[in-house]
Design a protein around this ligand. Structure first.
Ligand code: PLP
Length: 439
């Protein structure tokens, strides 16, 4: 009896922290739960800074997995979301509609390449890709000329659901599922030096069986922030078009200003047939996915025949609160102030890039708009090479900078509100990391 009382007394005196309680009940994404350190409880966010339960602060240099545009807990977005919550929190989107969705589609389309004509809502980036793939396959099905092949880029990442995984590059992440993924043909990612190989492979693979060519325009995100030029993508698109293939631009990461323009596709001469948007669409506040398409694709589904319908939808399709967050984020994004910040971050990155070029431990520096990436070169120090990612991650975290290197690729993908002082702290911490690695 006394024993139990003592234990209970201890539990009251020393209750488990949030991290321990998390460990007891939660399974985290992309995390080996056996070896992962306890997660860091975050209690608050403001601007580019996240505040830990233990008083630590972190500059969010990766926009919380590439979603945040204007800073955390932005009061303007919060107010619009709160107002929408008190007006209409959700409504079925089949046979019903609402102003936030209609006006969001009306606002989005003029910002996209001119040929985009219709908006289909879902609730995340993977589903936006699934919808684009289903639209592409069923387009050919409805035309009575079924096509079954998809061409994608090596190292592509399009999400974690099955269709999105299928069109992504094959890696350790997809290995257990390969038997269940539909076949996809890959061309090399046309990074500098691989353009001709990519074009030649595209030409060799194209035939009347190719339903679609899918890519992350200009920047492959999860594949390692690989960057390539609009000219070569224009040529790949023209080739795909010449054999009738539809072009899907997955702008889930590149959309909403990251590349310096509102969308990466706006750097191109050619226009995609389908586009996938998510992540930054709500400023990183809520989950929302969008697939847009041309009028020609939409019309291939119009019929008296019910079998030509796109039978796809999600419970939270076009959630009004998410749409309200997207409106608020667009208000901020299109403001002169934010456009000024996007240009400012690009200039600051470019100046830091010049400093990086002087370092021996750095290679393959690349910059597009607000995204700066480079590779850590461990040189001969193979002991570092295997865990260079973890060394860099923890080194930066200890200095209050949240970055998540992709292998040996370090990148900065900041919310546009990040101040010059905060950027300087990120750059300085990287300099210290390089000093440490060169040891
Ligand atoms: C993150 C990402 C996705 C998947 O989006 P989720 O919302 O995580 O499902 C798809 N495509 C690209 C290019 C992405 O970066």
């Amino acid at each position: 009896m006394q024993d139990i009382d003592q234990k209970e007394g201890q539990a009251v005196l020393n209750p488990p922290g949030l991290a321990e309680r998390d460990k007891a009940v939660i399974w985290h994404p992309f995390t080996q739960m056996q070896t992962a350190p306890l997660p860091i409880p975050i209690v608050r966010g403001e601007g580019a800074v996240l505040y830990g339960e233990d008083g630590r602060r972190f500059i969010d240099a990766i926009s919380s997995w590439w979603v945040n545009l204007h800073g955390h807990s932005h009061p303007y977005i919060a107010e619009k979301v709160a107002r929408q919550l008190l007006t209409l929190e959700h409504v079925i989107f089949a046979d019903f509609t609402h102003r936030p969705a209609v006006e969001l589609a009306e606002r989005l389309l003029p910002l996209l390449p001119r040929n985009q004509s219709k908006v289909f809502f879902s609730d995340n980036g993977s589903t936006a890709v699934e919808v684009a793939l289903k639209m592409a396959f069923q387009y050919w099905h409805n035309l009575g000329k079924p096509r079954r092949k998809v061409i994608a880029l090596e190292d592509a990442y399009h999400g974690d659901t099955f269709g999105a995984m299928a069109v992504g590059g094959r890696s350790a992440f997809t290995a257990p599922f390969v038997p269940f993924l539909f076949d996809v043909e890959y061309i090399p990612t046309p990074v500098p030096g691989q353009e001709q190989a990519a074009l030649a492979r595209m030409e060799a693979l194209l035939d009347e069986e190719v339903a679609a060519f899918i890519c992350e325009p200009l920047i492959q995100g999860a594949g390692g922030m690989n960057m390539y030029e609009p000219e070569v993508l224009d040529r790949l698109i023209r080739l795909a078009r010449s054999r009738g293939a539809l072009v899907i631009a997955d702008e889930v990461m590149t959309g909403f200003g990251r590349t310096g323009k509102l969308f990466a596709s706006l750097h191109l001469t050619e226009q995609p047939d389908l586009m996938c948007l998510s992540k930054g669409i709500t400023g990183g506040t809520m989950a929302l996915g969008v697939t847009t398409c041309t009028e020609a694709i939409y019309e291939a589904f119009l019929s008296e025949d019910k079998y030509r319908t796109l039978f796809h939808g999600h419970s939270f399709t076009a959630n009004p609160v998410a749409c309200a967050a997207a409106h608020a984020s667009l208000d901020l994004l299109l403001s002169d102030e934010t456009q000024h910040h996007i240009a400012r971050i690009g200039r600051r990155h470019a100046a830091f890039t010049d400093r990086l070029r002087e370092r021996s431990g750095v290679k393959n520096i690349r910059l597009q708009g607000t995204i700066l990436a480079f590779e850590l070169d461990a040189g001969g120090q193979t002991s570092y090479f295997n865990n260079i990612r973890d060394v860099a991650y923890h080194f930066l975290l200890e200095r209050g900078v949240l970055m998540r290197p992709l292998g040996n690729v370090l990148y900065i993908l900041p919310p546009y509100c990040m101040t010059d002082e905060q950027l300087d702290h990120v750059y300085d911490s990287i300099r210290q990391l390089l000093d440490h690695l060169e040891g």
